[in-house]
Design a binder for this molecule. Structure first.
Ligand code: N01
Length: 571
């Protein structure tokens, strides 16, 4: 707080810094939000917890980290010069290339000055009197803003299971999403890795190449398919670059925001067992994981059809892995293929043929504790120098609930979401006006290509902000009725699919105590976009717009005094 004397001798108080919009997170969506908001001449401040840009691709720098969508598609579409000039060396980019790209975009569009690094938001308080969000960070920044865009990431909040004794471990341990920038040397070391989701699959394949010995502690085996990654051929790049405009428009209208020129073969049951095996064999050779799942139309709709595809994959695992017992342990049998995010690999199952890699079944013999010298299960003890937790995230809602967000009446978002993460259109939560979520619960999130999805969500939000400003509205909220209707619409769609059959992070099942609820809009991004636009077209049906006392450009009441007992809490 600063004070100054006016000519009339009164003391004027100037409160904390103000902004039109605070953006939380400088990942791919956050960066695009900065670009759009600055283009609207709005004053914008971005808080980023890391010391660099890229979000997911900043934090997840574990060995083997790589995207599972082709980079010609998994990249920004908003600027043609950018997409023409940028060169992707491989079909599926490794983390370092994605981080380079994020840095390039940040500097190319002059966004770095808008970002405050090493500034983790730990408090977001809606000040009803001022009609403003009061945003604080762990390191002490404070900004009062009209709007907040939470681009804080669907896969950001680290899940570190409560393993007894973890802090007693004398070696080094790391969660894959908080990987040290200087890297980790595995040469000759005894390494333990817990978790075999997408991250564990990639990390195992990479670390298995250099570790003295790698123990992979597996609770649930993963369906993993060959990525068929390779250097990007010049003619392929040229073909994309000469057709970017039309392919991006195909992508923008697609359910997964993808350009998917693959043949679907109808129902699994249209074919004899021999014919369908032949089709699946060809797909295994030629398609990457996500496209493989689209070989037949009913894989994700019928348990029987799914089981046929799943058994084909198990057959591949049994073919690749030489030790039959290890092969059987690696075969997923307890959930349908595709109901957890399908993994893509470059030699994952082959890794278990190496003498320096051992698979340990911690489903039958759970981990009991981490000891100073390693890890203990109900069946044995493992001496380790390095322990890696590839144990995933408190996904979709975690980055929001860990920020200490309170809305109208001081309601805490965590209380509001105690039973399920209610929201309308995946953008807003009733009682939390002018707070927009990107890739939050209720949106298609990870079921669509996330860079393009982020662009489209940010476009929608900035469109709303422009509309409100143009028409003299100061705030937008939604209602509990709209939230209920949206929840019912989402649940009805999810019930028609097989997703409920897996204990995945999609349903919050990986976090003890988290309500089990399918958090993602599954109707496709095309349908989602249509629904969101419809609500706006119907005069913001389901929303509450208010012309309150505070208007854009008005002097802002600072809300400087934080109510007693409402001091910052640690995240
Ligand atoms: O996390 P996960 P992830 N004891 O939750 C195990 C994206 N992604 O980081 O299944 C023992 O999938 C857990 O076991 P179980 C992608 O969307 C993309 O791997 O709960 N094990 C599981 O095996 C992905 O879906 C890319 O029985 C424990 C693992 O840890 C999402 O990120 C790459 C345990 C966690 O798997 C998350 O993937 C990487 C315990 N107490 C990630 N707790 C690409 O683009 C957890 N586990 C390719």
């Amino acid at each position: 707080m600063t004070t100054a004397s006016t000519a009339a001798g009164r003391t004027q108080t100037s409160g904390p810094e103000t902004a039109d919009v605070v953006v939380v997170g400088a990942g791919f969506s956050g960066l695009y939000a900065l670009y759009r908001l600055r283009g609207l001449n709005l004053k914008v401040v971005c808080f980023e917890a890391g010391d660099g840009v890229g979000g997911t691709w900043y934090w997840n720098r574990y060995p083997g980290a790589r995207v599972d969508i082709e980079s010609m598609q998994y990249s920004y579409s908003f600027d043609d010069d950018l997409q023409q000039e940028w060169r992707w060396p491989e079909y599926f980019s490794p983390q370092a290339d994605l981080e380079d790209y994020a840095n390039h975009v940040t500097d190319r569009f002059g966004l770095r000055d808008l970002i405050r690094f090493n500034a983790r938001v730990n408090r977001l308080r809606y000040d009803e009197r001022a009609g403003r969000w009061d945003v604080s960070t762990e390191r002490g920044d404070r900004v009062i803003a009209r709007y907040v865009i939470a681009a804080s990431g669907a896969l950001d909040a680290t899940n570190i299971p409560d393993f007894p004794g973890l802090e007693s471990f004398r070696g080094e341990w790391h969660h894959t999403s908080q990987w040290p920038k200087e890297g980790v040397n595995f040469e000759g070391k005894r390494v333990g890795l817990i978790g075999t989701g997408s991250t564990g699959v990639q990390a195992t394949t990479a670390i298995g190449k250099t570790a003295g010995h790698l123990y992979v502690f597996q609770r649930t085996p993963a369906y993993s398919l060959p990525a068929n990654n390779r250097p990007l051929p010049a003619d392929y790049e040229l073909d994309w670059k000469s057709h970017y405009a039309e392919r991006r428009s195909v992508m923008h209208a697609n359910f997964a925001l993808g350009y998917l020129p693959v043949q679907q073969h109808g129902s699994v049951f249209d074919y004899t067992p021999e014919a369908r095996t032949q089709i699946l064999e060809q797909a295994w050779q030629q398609r990457n994981g996500l496209l493989f799942l689209r070989t037949f139309t009913d894989t994700m709709l019928s348990l029987e059809a799914n089981e046929i595809v799943a058994e084909f994959i198990r057959g591949k695992i049994r073919e690749i892995v030489k030790d039959p017992e290890t092969a059987e342990l690696l075969c997923p049998k307890t959930y349908p293929v595709g109901t957890k995010r399908i993994c893509m690999d470059t030699g994952y199952f082959e890794t278990f043929n190496n003498p320096n890699v051992t698979l340990v079944d911690v489903k039958s013999n759970p981990i009991t504790e981490i000891t100073p010298s390693g890890l203990r299960t109900t069946a044995g003890e493992y001496d380790l120098d390095i322990l890696i937790l590839a144990t995933g995230f408190d996904a979709v809602t975690g980055s929001l609930t860990r920020m200490n967000i309170t809305g109208v009446g001081g309601v805490d978002l965590r209380e509001k979401w105690a039973e399920r993460p209610t929201n309308f259109l995946g953008y807003m939560v009733a009682g939390f006006p002018n707070l927009f979520m990107i890739h939050g619960p209720g949106s298609p999130g990870v079921l669509a290509q996330m860079i393009t999805g982020g662009e489209k969500q940010v476009d929608w939000v900035t469109g709303v902000i422009t509309d409100l400003d143009r028409n003299g509205y100061a705030s937008i909220d939604t209602t509990q009725e709209a939230e209920q209707d949206w929840g019912a619409e989402m649940a009805e769609m999810a019930a028609k699919t097989l997703y409920q059959h897996a204990n995945s992070w999609y349903v919050g099942a990986n976090i003890p105590g988290k309500p089990r609820y399918f958090m993602i809009y599954i109707g496709g991004f095309d349908q989602y976009q249509k629904r969101c636009d419809e609500q706006v077209g119907k005069g913001y049906e389901g929303f509450v717009l208010a012309r309150n006392e505070v208007r854009a450009g008005d002097e802002v009441p600072t809300g400087d005094e934080v109510p007693a007992g409402d001091e910052q809490r640690p995240a």
